[in-house]
Design a protein around this ligand. Structure first.
Ligand code: NAD
Length: 350
């Protein structure tokens, strides 16, 4: 492999992972990027169509819960770093099927850690990076922010599984001396977002004149970050973060769900040439999600001060870019909503 560095990115066919893979493939010609993904319902190689033929990129279909598969992969390749994003990621699914979250997010992460400990012994420059969520901190009241020292207090099976994997990463650092970094990020939005999540779901529903289901009274507050700004932060933390440290990533951009939906409706009315207020008529309040956290808000001072990161777009700009992307990629949306995207892998890779 000469001077080339091999970087393994897990979950690279997913929403955030695809932006990270693209960024690394395009910006680091001296890296070879291995994208390991099981292609669950959330993994979609159409997200990476534009870079799939780059010669510093390889896609590997595989499941991180399969230890034999990982053992082979790590014995056949020497990696300089693992950026771990593969996960079950949807809170509502974790409520109906918690065990699949334990399997992928906890067991899968521990499998990767076991391989990484061996790799770190062979390669002193090796680093393991766990991409995690701010949901591990639980919920906030009307005031305050999550900092890196906020105690963990996860409320959903999803956040409990991510909290658990964060703890394992830290423990492997303490116990086996594994060099690691962790980042905990707020809600992402942007291109390639699977339309089960709020923003793409609502863009799709507004286009199709379907109801916009808002949980409870709509007063839940989330801190939103444009996905490409998250990918940029991941790049920085991977390269410049200090081993053993955690970095919170967020946009200082809190929105009550109902205000966000109203803003989205306004931008969509403009885009679709509908009269102002037309899309808002689609809003329908629905029964609350159990264990729903009232408010998340990230204090991103540390990554700002220590690594010089801050978001590059405002929420309005990011939302407009996102809406634009969904309009320009109607085929992607149709394939994802009809399940046809699964055919893409078969055609391209089998
Ligand atoms: P996603 O669901 O879009 O993508 C997850 C990817 O992991 C998919 O491509 C899927 O095929 C793959 N995967 C799932 N199980 C696997 C397994 N057993 N083996 C190999 N691959 C598997 O998720 P996302 O929104 O892109 O999130 C990526 C990571 O970032 C997750 O770890 C998530 O916890 C974290 N995160 C997400 C957000 C957010 O707002 N989406 C915010 C903070 C942190």
């Amino acid at each position: 492999k000469g001077n080339q560095k091999n970087i393994l990115i897990t979950g690279g066919a997913g929403f955030i992972g695809s932006h990270v893979v693209r960024r690394f493939v395009e910006n680091y010609q001296d890296y070879h990027i291995f994208n390991l993904d099981a292609l669950t319902y959330a993994g979609n190689l159409e997200n990476l169509k534009d870079i799939e033929h780059h010669n510093n990129y390889t896609f590997i279909k595989g499941d991180i819960t399969n230890d034999d598969f990982l053992t082979n992969l790590f014995s056949e390749n020497e990696f300089d770093g693992v950026i771990h994003l593969a996960a079950e990621s949807h809170v509502d699914r974790s409520i109906s099927d918690p065990l699949s979250f334990v399997k992928t997010n906890v067991l899968g992460t521990v499998n990767l850690l076991n391989q990484s400990v061996k790799m770190a012994k062979k390669n002193p420059d090796f680093r393991f990076y766990h991409v995690s969520t701010d949901e591990v901190y639980g919920a906030l009241g009307d005031t305050g922010f999550f900092t890196e020292s906020t105690p963990y207090s996860p409320n959903s099976p999803y956040s409990a599984s991510k909290a658990s994997s964060d703890h394992f990463v830290r423990a492997y650092g303490e116990t086996y001396g594994l060099p690691f970094v962790v980042s905990n990020c707020s809600n992402n939005y942007g291109p390639n977002h699977f339309p089960e999540k709020l923003i793409p779901l609502f863009i799709n529903n507004i286009i199709n004149n379907k109801p916009l289901p808002v949980y409870g009274d709509g007063n839940y507050t989330r801190d939103w970050l444009y996905v490409k700004d998250h990918a940029r932060a991941i790049d920085l933390v991977f390269h410049e973060g200090i081993n053993g440290e955690t970095y919170n990533i967020g946009g200082f951009n809190e929105w009550k769900n109902i205000d966000l939906v109203r803003l989205l409706c306004k931008l969509m009315d403009k885009k679709l040439g509908r009269k102002e207020g037309a899309s808002e008529e689609l809003i329908a309040f629905v029964k609350d999600r159990p264990g729903h956290d009232l408010r998340y808000a990230i204090d991103a001072t540390k990554i700002n001060k220590e690594l010089g990161w801050s978001p590059s777009v405002t929420f309005e700009q990011g939302l407009e870019l996102t809406i634009e992307w969904y309009f320009e990629n109607k085929e992607w949306l149709e394939h994802v909503t009809s399940g046809d995207y699964k055919e893409y892998y078969k055609k391209q890779y089998q």
